[in-house]
Design a protein around this ligand. Structure first.
Ligand code: RB5
Length: 143
């Protein structure tokens, strides 16, 4: 499994924490930046991550800004992306089981690192349930 990671300056520090965690777990990464704490524009990073997932460069993505809001909105503008902003383990579980999310969004100024890594682990290890949820995901894709 290859994960695309992208963050603005508000998510940069947490991106580095997530990156180290994934590397320690042997997960292949595509780091799309940013690469320092200088101010950048989150839409560019949400777009880059969404496109990397949709063109097959990565199997799934994680995007991070200060709140997770702006970068999730940007990622969701890429056709086919279902980006879920999660602040709890339960949200991460449901984002996969019910919504078949293909990008996870986190808030670097919202989450303690331990909770963020827990959310990442749940997101990456939970399967989509399909069934009635597939119909709803298909409806989203048809919008
Ligand atoms: C940048 O200051 C901040 O607006 C951004 O990281 C994010 O929180 C936007 O939604």
């Amino acid at each position: 499994m290859k994960i695309a990671l992208a963050a603005d300056h508000g998510g940069y520090e947490l991106k580095e924490v997530v990156k180290t965690h994934l590397q320690q777990n042997g997960i292949e990464l595509l780091d799309l930046g940013c690469f320092a704490g200088d101010s950048v524009d989150y839409p560019n990073y949400g777009k880059a991550c969404g496109e990397a997932v949709m063109n097959g460069e990565a199997d799934s993505g994680i995007v991070i800004c200060g709140t997770g809001i702006g970068i999730s909105i940007a990622a969701n503008k890429v056709k086919g992306i279902r980006c879920a902003l999660c602040t709890s383990l339960f949200m991460a579980e449901m984002a996969r089981k019910h919504n078949n999310a293909n990008v996870l969004a986190l808030g670097g100024r919202i989450l303690e690192p331990d909770l963020a890594l827990g959310i990442v682990d749940v997101y990456l290890t939970t399967e989509f349930e399909g069934g009635r949820h597939q119909r709803r995901v298909d409806l989203i894709d048809s919008i």
